[in-house]
Design a protein around this ligand. Structure first.
Ligand SMILES: NC(=O)c1ccc[n+]([C@@H]2O[C@H](COP(=O)([O-])OP(=O)(O)OC[C@H]3O[C@@H](n4cnc5c(N)ncnc54)[C@H](OP(=O)(O)O)[C@@H]3O)[C@@H](O)[C@H]2O)c1
Length: 374
């Protein structure tokens, strides 16, 4: 007997001013057309990374994943959802999946491919968007899944992969001759993952740059060799060659590093924009030292799939992920909340950069989310 469906609900932000939000409710989803799957979005994670999806909403097409009424956008998040209705022969009701969802109660997809390991949304509005975001992974077909670690999986699995690839990219190039990896927004989960990888491979010092309010937290992590605030960049030894991995995207910080290190900066790569309101829209073309380059994760994935084969790739990423996930239990404080008020509050705090870095916010628009252990 299929479960009774509740009313639908979507969280949306105004595309021109992300502080303005609204909830759009509606009746329970009706009958599905053939070849469709209805997900009940159980829980999802919300971090600064999702804010950069709004920043790149027009440029990189993030608004197109989950279309909304003109002028409004649905920011994508990573989460778990259960198939509650299916008219697709390859997808069974009850299948729990990890993937990219809107902050909503339901999502309908139109699978173009469905195996035990992967369901791919082939909806026409997703054509031309990065394929990786259209993939839904059934938990029973995912060797990296563990019910006891669903929260960490939602919060950091995707971020970790980026950091794994950044570190791998740098190591492949002998760190461009550098002996230190400078990492901005050192308190962010993506940066912590990178510092963890850098310190694990032991080829260079991991140097974290953060804001004053997050300094003690970052120092306490133990994965950075040195931690400084943004206004202390000039105290770094500029004669020791370094590479810069920028998660903050702050034009002032980027300039301070380039002007301090000049030719001793061996590579400068942009990964994030946590300080989105101070972003460098000019791209840093006039800076001394190397021209900043955007890190393109899919290229490194393709390269390593070829070098290591799909199994070798999975094995390496899986081993590294489990080590990071287990180590993060020492600092990650998961905060689970449900309902509109909680989502609105956490969203506004995340947008303004007021969340505590040790907190990992996991949210649901259902009163009683289902999965994972507490
Ligand atoms: N290109 C890619 O493929 C890729 C993949 C994954 C992540 N990323 C990027 O990596 C960055 C980190 O994401 P995350 O989810 O790991 O972040 P997170 O854990 O939520 O990071 C929170 C930290 O970011 C800084 N921050 C956030 N919002 C801010 C604001 N409004 N003003 C000032 N500082 C703010 C603060 O760090 P500090 O005080 O230390 O500055 C804060 O402690 C994001 O920009 C994300 O897009 C990129």
């Amino acid at each position: 007997m299929p479960e009774t469906l509740g009313e639908s609900l979507n969280f949306e932000v105004r595309k021109t001013d992300w502080k303005q939000t609204r909830f759009v409710g509606g009746p329970a989803p009706g009958d599905l057309e053939p070849g469709r799957v209805l997900f009940r979005v159980d829980r999802f994670a919300l971090t600064a990374n999702n804010i950069t999806y709004a920043l790149a909403g027009d440029g990189l097409g993030y608004w197109r994943f989950f279309p909304a009424e003109e002028g409004w956008g649905r920011i994508p998040v990573m989460g778990f959802a259960d198939v509650v209705r299916s008219t697709h022969p390859g997808v069974a009701e009850g299948t729990r999946c990890f993937g990219f969802f809107p902050m909503a109660r339901y999502l309908v997809i139109e699978p173009s491919r469905a195996t035990a390991e992967q369901i791919v949304d082939g909806a026409p509005h997703r054509a031309g968007l990065a394929p990786v975001y259209g993939q839904y992974t059934p938990v029973l077909g995912d060797p990296l899944y563990s019910a006891a670690h669903e929260d960490a999986h939602m919060l950091m699995r995707g971020l970790f992969l980026t950091s794994f690839l950044v570190e791998d990219f740098l190591c492949e190039r002998e760190l461009f001759g550098a002996r230190a990896v400078l990492i901005s927004s050192a308190s962010s989960k993506t940066s912590i993952a990178l510092a963890f990888q850098v310190s694990r491979s032991g080829r260079a010092k991991a140097v974290g740059l953060t804001s004053r309010r997050n300094l003690d937290f970052v120092k306490g992590l133990g994965c950075y060799d040195q931690v400084l605030t943004y206004d202390e960049v000039k105290s770094l030894p500029a004669d020791v060659p370094a590479v810069f991995v920028d998660m903050a995207g702050n034009a002032g910080v980027q300039r301070a590093i380039h002007e301090h290190y000049r030719d001793q900066l061996k590579h400068s790569c942009g990964v994030g924009a946590t300080h989105w309101s101070a972003a460098n829209l000019a791209g840093g073309a006039d800076l001394p030292g190397p021209k900043p380059e955007f890190f393109f994760a899919p290229a490194q994935i393709q390269k390593r799939l070829k070098d290591w084969g799909p199994d070798g790739f999975q094995q390496r990423v899986g081993d590294a992920w489990r080590a990071f996930r287990d180590a993060s239990a020492a600092w990650l404080h998961v905060v689970r909340e449900s309902g509109r008020d909680a989502l609105e509050r956490v969203y506004q705090e995340t947008l303004a950069g007021r969340t505590r870095p040790q907190d990992g916010h996991v949210l649901s628009l259902w009163d009683a989310p289902r999965g994972g252990k507490r």
